[in-house]
Write a protein that binds this ligand. Structure first.
Ligand SMILES: NC(=O)c1ccc[n+]([C@@H]2O[C@H](COP(=O)([O-])OP(=O)(O)OC[C@H]3O[C@@H](n4cnc5c(N)ncnc54)[C@H](O)[C@@H]3O)[C@@H](O)[C@H]2O)c1
Length: 390
């Protein structure tokens, strides 16, 4: 069948397998060109099918020569309907890694479930014996508590008053005001339950109890802090509360892992277009402006550049794990540079629908969004019939 992007409310419901294969290959090519990373060889990635998790997995495998086991939750295709992008990414990743002689396995299962932890532990024992690195890169709107079976939903809302801020419809190319109602009731607690550190903690406990964490193991999860313009809705909002919990959990896990010479930390990454970030209010406009500024300054990075830089210089570089005074690894160091943020602040108020295309890189946002669903890649015949099964 012929596949086209079908986008509703910032969510793309279709994916193009041929384009996704190109996307994967271009990330593999990038890391191979950068040179090898001297790192341990047995890696578990929780949430390794798209975005930052996939980029970490690609960097570990194709620059670090590591075997990888990944767990993610993706929609399988049928012969009449494409799967979600991550389903194809998993398939093509496993094929490419195996062709390169690397161990690779992708499990499609709910990472919040205890059954999944049991399956992963069994596969770690069978594939690797133990793991040296556990990457926790989940972004999910819902989580089923494994003990009670209760379903929790995360929301993206401010914790202060209703927040009105500039926002962009990146497909239509229009700038307007978005009003985001303040969190109420259990919104904050539920978001912490889904996106905070509870599940990461359950994973590390289960892996440790099963004896599958190697001496000196590292585990990391990803967070975001960001600038003034996204502060009310991100860092000071429900999701920020969840990230604070995640960062606090890192401290608890760090203490626990010391007993086996290991460590746990959070890496604060750059704001980038992923399936998760495209639906956060205000963030797409900020990213569009940031992209333009950072590209003009020659310091723009995508997920793959960020995660390669992380493994090669912030986690397995000559100085080991490089943390700031709060124990965080900072991959948002270039984004948060004073000169970059001064430009964001100076330009933010001037962006309008009329100057959006010239003043920001909304075109880059749009293109990244399309490409992460397999659309807009050069050399792909989008008029041709494709096998939805990949
Ligand atoms: N995108 C950004 O700008 C940005 C910036 C800094 C930090 N982060 C953080 O990076 C992490 C990853 O986010 P991303 O932007 O790469 O998102 P993403 O949507 O690309 O990836 C999310 C991953 O989680 C997996 N997942 C979701 N629910 C699952 C479940 N129940 N079981 C198993 N797997 C599940 C998906 O399959 C996918 O692999 C998040 O913690 C996010 O907050 C993102």
């Amino acid at each position: 069948m012929v596949l086209e992007p079908k986008i509703i409310g910032g969510v793309c419901l279709t994916a193009h397998p041929v384009g996704l294969k190109k996307a994967l290959e271009s990330q593999i090519d990038y890391v191979k060109k950068q040179g090898s990373v001297d790192m341990p060889k047995r890696v578990l990635v929780i949430g390794g099918s798209t975005g930052y998790g996939l980029a970490t997995r690609i960097s570990a495998a194709f620059a670090g020569d590591a075997g990888t086991l990944s767990v993610s939750f993706e929609r399988e295709p049928t012969d009449r309907k494409p799967g979600s992008p991550g389903w194809y990414n998993n398939k093509y990743f496993d094929e490419a890694a195996k062709a390169a002689g690397l161990t690779a396995e992708s499990l499609n299962a709910d990472a919040f479930a205890d059954d999944t932890r049991e399956t992963v532990i069994r596969r770690i024992k069978e594939l690797f014996g133990q793991v040296d690195l556990v990457v926790y890169s989940l972004a999910s709107p819902v989580r089923k508590d494994p003990k009670t079976g209760e379903m929790y939903k995360s929301v993206l809302k401010p914790l202060g008053d209703t927040y009105t801020a500039k926002s962009v419809d990146f497909l239509k190319g229009t700038v307007g005001d978005a009003s985001i109602p303040t969190a109420e009731g259990d919104d904050k607690a539920n978001t912490v339950k889904v996106m905070g550190g509870e599940d990461w903690n359950l994973w590390i406990d289960a892996l440790m109890d099963a004896g599958v964490l190697a001496e000196g193991v590292k585990t990391m999860a990803y967070s975001y802090i960001g600038p003034e313009v996204t502060y009310a809705v991100y860092r000071a909002g429900t999701i920020g509360a969840a990230k604070e919990h995640l960062e606090k959990t890192a401290g608890d896990l760090d203490a626990k892992l010391k007993t086996i010479g290991g460590e746990a930390f959070v890496s604060v990454n750059k704001a980038l277009v992923t399936r998760a970030s495209s639906v956060i209010p205000v963030v797409p406009l900020y990213i569009s402006l940031l992209y333009k500024i950072m590209k003009d300054m020659g310091i723009h990075e995508g997920c793959i550049e960020q995660m390669y830089r992380m493994l090669s210089s912030k986690v397995y570089g000559p100085e080991g794990t490089v943390r700031d005074e709060n124990g965080l690894v900072r991959l948002d160091d270039w984004e948060m540079r004073e000169d970059v943020q001064a430009k964001v602040t100076a330009q933010w108020d001037s962006v309008t629908t009329e100057n959006l295309e010239s003043m920001t890189d909304v075109a880059g946002f749009r293109s990244d969004f399309m490409q992460l669903h397999g659309f807009g890649w050069d050399g792909v015949d989008y008029g041709a019939d494709v096998d939805t099964l990949g």
